[in-house]
Write a protein that binds this ligand. Structure first.
Ligand code: GLP
Length: 244
């Protein structure tokens, strides 16, 4: 789906999310959302906050699971995804704190495996994800499922790709400060969501989006797995669609 710009596209995605939340409210159910960080989804979150303030959109029936977090990182570090989500969404809406799930970047290494297993169980306990929001890395990663991530992968500790760390280095004031690992939901976790929307803006993402949408489905480009999802949409602006 190609929009003239990121504002229009973000507003459309926020409307779809609001509709899902309201539909679930009407039947007394929870809306289970998989959420992403990065610069790309910021406008979607801003639009949801606006709808909360101006249109009375309530998040009281929303449960969220974030895709990923750096490992090791303090939750209040400037670059942490905990902090990002609280700043851009959670602190500004009426979501219940107990309904928010973000992978813990502070675990002792011996506890990571059990923690990841429990994260998967918590998603399953909610009946799976109704909606998964995604961005895309310049190497085709989704969440932090870097090239080489298998189709069957689940929530786990991964080693970050060189390009991913380089792209994050400005945020961390230099490559040496970028964590080497992260906890991410797996490819299979993402593909089990009933609806998947991947956002991408700008010319710098055009080449990877073209390969993800039109190229071979391959583990060397994890976003290409979405070609086989029954209800996945790439939402892009015109600049990002320039190579399609
Ligand atoms: C990080 C996140 C991804 C995100 C990607 C793109 O690697 N883990 O979930 O999609 O960055 O970031 P941006 O949206 O800033 O381009």
């Amino acid at each position: 789906q190609i929009f003239s710009d990121a504002n229009q596209a973000s507003a459309a995605v926020a409307r779809e999310l609001a509709e899902l939340i309201r539909l679930k409210q009407a039947t007394g159910d929870l809306a289970v959302l998989g959420l992403a960080t990065g610069s790309t989804p910021k406008k979607v979150y801003a639009e949801l906050v606006r709808m909360h303030r101006q249109n009375g959109l309530s998040f009281s029936n929303v449960v969220t699971f974030n895709l990923d977090e750096y490992y090791w990182i303090e939750p209040d570090a400037r670059q942490s995804y905990h902090r990002f989500m609280h700043e851009h969404l959670f602190s500004q809406v009426d979501i219940k704190p107990e309904n928010v799930h973000i992978p813990d970047g502070t675990l002792a290494i011996e506890n990571v495996r059990a923690y990841c297993h429990a994260y998967e169980s918590a998603i399953a306990q909610q009946g799976g994800l109704d909606f998964q929001l995604l961005g895309i890395g310049r190497n085709g990663h989704i969440g932090f499922n870097e090239p080489g991530s298998p189709l069957q992968s689940r929530t786990r500790l991964i080693t970050l790709d060189g390009l991913t760390r380089a792209d994050a280095s400005a945020d961390f004031n230099g490559l040496v400060h970028v964590p080497r690992r992260a906890i991410t939901m797996g490819v299979q976790t993402i593909l089990e969501a009933r609806r998947v929307v991947l956002l991408a803006w700008g010319e710098h993402k055009a080449a990877i989006v073209q390969r993800a949408v039109e190229g071979l489905v391959t583990e060397s480009l994890p976003a290409s797995y979405l070609q086989n999802h029954p209800n996945a949409t790439f939402v892009v602006d015109e600049a990002c669609a320039s190579e399609l």
